[in-house]
Design a protein around this ligand. Structure first.
Ligand code: G6P
Length: 315
């Protein structure tokens, strides 16, 4: 399917009036709603690099992010699959790089569809869904050698009046089972990290990667971010984690069939150590709330599928 080269305005035969617009070229696909809300996805990594809602950019992307396919994008929503972090050496993913291969593989644009129903189309408003695919057949020789399973991924990015949904579908298309982890490594924009708090994690057990991977229980109803944070919250009972500024929500992150979330801000020293993190004080303007399945492994038998993701709502 080589539809990526042609611009693809879409229209629905059942409705009149302004319709969502979709444009695709060989590197990226973008969609804009009549309201002006928009999303942009780079085929490299199927990385969402922009989501504008009510006139505001909601994702943070580093000024030094590589968008040319030479390195995973520092910002937006990189996709982590089939391993999170550095994989354990004695595991089937052990030869893969940190966070796996999905974020640095070239995905195929599978096309768009519009819908008047679904979680982002309340009251019959149009939403637009963009589908992207990656399978063992179009993996680099290097990644295939490191992880030789037969799989198919479909990543659906749906822009609606009420928010953005990103959903990953994983299929085992081979004859032997495999284990995987997945994560949507979202970098959200905030006007000021010192005015930012995170809610919806209280009572949850987390691994603190800054404190030698020790286990703790979250005690804050509204968690301030006052230094480097790198935590894996496991089996979160609440559906939604929210980002607040001055005590008011700016964004809800709703887990969709996944139960874990990583909270990350590199703060001063870690930002200095990342060549693609600019400006160096950019840590003041971002926070990562990353939903996924990263506590242990998901096992897929031949022919089975798994689906998980997030629904984002901006205020
Ligand atoms: O630098 P990257 O490979 O993109 O990883 C960026 C970050 O991703 C996650 O949030 C991990 O929990 C962090 O430990 C890691 O530093």
């Amino acid at each position: 399917m080589d539809r990526a080269n042609k611009p693809q305005p879409i229209s629905s035969p059942t409705t009149t009036g302004p319709q969502p617009q979709v444009n695709a070229d060989k590197d990226r696909v973008s969609a804009t709603l009549p309201t002006g809300d928009s999303v942009e996805v780079l085929l490299y990594g199927a990385t969402v690099t922009s989501w504008k809602s009510n006139g505001k950019e909601r994702l943070w992307v580093s000024d030094a992010a590589k968008l040319d396919g030479s390195k995973p994008v520092r910002g937006g929503i990189p996709l982590v699959f089939p391993c999170f972090g550095p994989p354990p050496k004695d595991h089937a993913t052990g030869a893969l790089p940190q966070h796996g291969f999905a974020r640095n593989s070239h995905w195929e644009y599978l096309g768009s569809s519009s819908s008047e129903s679904g979680p982002l189309s309340k009251g019959g408003d149009d939403s637009v869904k963009l589908d992207f695919g990656l399978s063992s057949a179009n993996l680099s020789a290097e990644a295939k050698k490191a992880w030789g399973y037969d799989f198919g991924l479909v990543y659906s990015v749906t822009l609606g009046k009420d928010g953005l949904q990103t959903l990953l579908n994983v299929r085992n298309s081979g004859t032997i089972p495999f284990d995987f982890q997945m994560l949507l490594h979202s970098y959200f924009s905030t006007p000021s990290i010192t005015r930012t708090t995170i809610t919806g994690l209280a009572g949850t057990t987390y691994i603190d990667k800054v404190l030698n991977a020790t286990t703790h229980t979250e005690s804050h109803t509204a968690l301030p971010i006052t230094g480097e944070v790198d935590r894996v919250y496991k089996s979160i009972p609440q559906d939604t984690t929210s980002v607040l500024v001055d005590g008011k929500p700016i964004l809800d992150v709703q887990r969709d069939n996944v139960r874990d979330s990583v909270l990350w801000n590199p703060w001063i020293e870690k930002s200095k150590g990342m060549g693609d993190f600019e400006p160096k004080d950019g840590y003041q303007k971002m926070v990562c709330v990353e939903v996924g399945a990263v506590d242990g492994w998901q096992k897929l038998e031949p022919g089975e599928t798994y689906e998980g993701g997030q629904i984002l709502r901006a205020y």
